[in-house]
Design a protein around this ligand. Structure first.
Ligand SMILES: [Fe+2]
Ligand SMILES: [Fe+2]
Length: 177
């Protein structure tokens, strides 16, 4: 690939990510609000702070490039957030709501991990060393968030099971059907 074409692709994908991160700064407070586990709620709030930092890092990269960060809509993120929203609206069992929120959040993290991995590689090929460092910091935070979510999913699922065995706390779908 010619260097110019790679740079165009790099900027294009960075704009996509910039839009995705901005969508997330609006979605994460709603996910925190919907979560019933305090730990999960705190996790979403913490990642909201990090996400604001991700937006700032991207702005720094664009400033260096002398380009505008806006101009793209990330339809992938829009779809992931939409699915998360549907889950919040449809799920009425407390335990499965949290598990579902985690699952939606992990889909988001994996999407971001893939996207940041790509732009980091492009930045490397283009010799954009400062950008590589910034993108790697964000990539690291996305991976850590994903791992924390896995830990929370295990915990929440265990708690749900324990409550289940001590008696029917929530109205199961099967019971109502
Ligand atoms: Fe992010
Ligand atoms: Fe993230």
């Amino acid at each position: 690939m010619k260097e110019n074409a790679l740079k165009d692709l790099y900027i294009d994908e960075l704009r996509d990510l910039y839009n995705a991160e901005n969508q997330l700064t609006k979605a994460l407070p709603k996910m925190a609000e919907a979560a019933t586990s305090e730990e999960l709620q705190a996790g979403f709030e913490e990642h909201l702070e990090q996400t604001r930092g991700h937006v700032e890092r991207l702005e720094k990269i664009f400033e260096e490039l002398g380009e505008k960060p806006t101009g793209k809509k990330c339809k992938g993120m829009e779809g992931l957030i939409e699915e998360g929203k549907e889950m919040i609206e449809e799920e009425d069992e407390v335990e499965t709501l949290d598990a579902g929120l985690i699952s939606a959040a992990q889909r988001v993290e994996h999407y971001e991990i893939a996207a940041y991995g790509c732009v980091r590689t492009y930045a490397n090929l283009l010799g954009e060393d400062d950008a590589v460092k910034l993108l790697e910091q964000t990539l690291k935070e996305e991976k850590e968030t994903d791992q924390k979510l896995t830990m929370l999913a295990e915990k929440i699922n265990v708690e749900a099971e324990e409550e289940d065995s001590s008696g029917p706390k929530s109205k199961g779908r099967a019971a109502r059907a």
